[in-house]
Design a protein. Structure first.
Length: 253
C-alpha cells in the first residue's frame, strides 16, 4: 500500500502499537493481524494523513474495527464520523463524552479565550492552523456509543479505558498493561505549539474545562503501570509514566 507519510511521522512504540504525528495532534494505531483499533483521528483536515498512516502499517480503512475517542474536541475526533459513515467503524467514548461527540454541547476553548491569550507566544499560529484544519467545523459523530464493557475492550490491542476528567468531563486515557503503554490524550502531553516547555506537562489552562479535575486526574495516570507514554500532543515519552505525571504536576503548580 502507498504511503506519503514522512519518515518521522509514524513512530513504532511497541509491537502492534504506532503513534502518528498529525498536524499538531497525535493518534494511535493498534494492530492485531488484519484488524486495527484507531484511538483518535486528528483534525478534519488530517483525513488523508489518517488514511496514509493506516496504509503505512499495512491496513486499509476497512480494517478499522473501532474508533476510540480520548475526548470529543475537533482535533481528536475530526475523522471519526467519516470512518464510521463510510466504513462502518463504531465510535466509542466514555459515557460522559458521548453527548459531547454528538454536539449536544461544545466544551472546547472559545474564540474569546483564544483572543484573550493571543499575546502568548505560539497562540496565533496555532489558532490559524486550527481554523485551516477544521478546528471550528461541524465534526460531530452521529452515533457515538459508550464503551460496551468495563475493563479491557475486546478490540485489537485490548485497550483499557481509564476515565481522566478535567480536560473534558468524559476524557479517557487508554492503558495497554501488557505493553507497558499509556495513551494519555490531553490529560498529559509532552509538547504543544502554544508551549515552550518540552517533556511531560499539562496543556495551557485555557484548554481545560476544569483545571482542578485535570490536576486530580494526574493521580489516576500516576497509578498506571507503564514506561511508554503516547500523548495527544508532543513526542512519545520513554520512561516511567508515574514520574511523567509527577513532573507535569510540579510544572503546573
Amino acid at each position: 500500500m502507498r504511503s506519503d507519510l514522512r519518515e518521522d511521522t509514524l513512530v513504532h512504540a511497541a509491537p502492534g502499537v504506532h503513534l502518528v504525528h498529525g498536524s499538531n495532534t497525535n493518534w494511535v494505531i493498534l494492530s492485531e493481524g488484519d484488524a486495527v483499533t484507531l484511538i483518535d483521528s486528528g483534525y478534519p483536515g488530517d483525513r488523508q494523513q489518517v488514511l496514509d498512516s493506516l496504509a503505512a502499517t499495512g491496513h486499509s480503512p476497512e480494517a478499522v474495527t473501532a474508533v476510540l475517542l480520548t475526548h470529543a474536541h475537533n482535533d481528536h475526533l475530526g475523522n471519526a464520523e467519516y470512518l464510521s459513515h463510510t466504513f462502518g467503524a463504531p465510535v466509542y467514548a466514555h459515557t460522559a463524552e458521548v453527548p459531547h461527540a454528538r454536539r449536544e454541547f461544545l466544551d472546547q476553548v472559545s474564540i474569546g479565550q483564544v483572543l484573550r491569550n493571543s499575546w502568548r507566544p505560539g497562540v496565533i499560529p496555532w489558532a490559524v492552523h486550527a481554523l485551516r484544519s477544521g478546528g471550528t467545523a461541524d465534526a460531530r459523530v452521529t452515533r457515538p456509543e459508550p464503551f460496551p464493557t468495563e475493563g479491557a475492550l475486546d478490540l485489537p490491542g485490548r485497550p483499557v479505558p481509564v476515565h481522566t476528567p478535567g480536560h473534558t468531563a468524559g476524557h479517557c486515557a487508554y492503558h495497554l498493561p501488557g505493553a507497558g503503554v499509556v495513551i494519555s490524550g490531553d490529560a498529559l502531553v509532552t509538547g504543544h505549539p502554544t508551549s515552550h516547555t518540552r517533556g511531560p506537562q499539562l496543556l495551557p489552562v485555557m484548554f481545560d474545562t476544569d483545571r482542578a479535575r485535570t490536576l486530580a486526574s494526574l493521580d489516576i495516570v500516576e497509578k498506571l503501570a507503564g514506561d511508554i507514554l503516547l500523548p495527544g500532543h508532543g513526542p512519545v515519552h520513554h520512561g516511567s509514566v508515574a514520574e511523567a505525571a509527577r513532573t507535569a504536576r510540579e510544572r503546573a503548580m
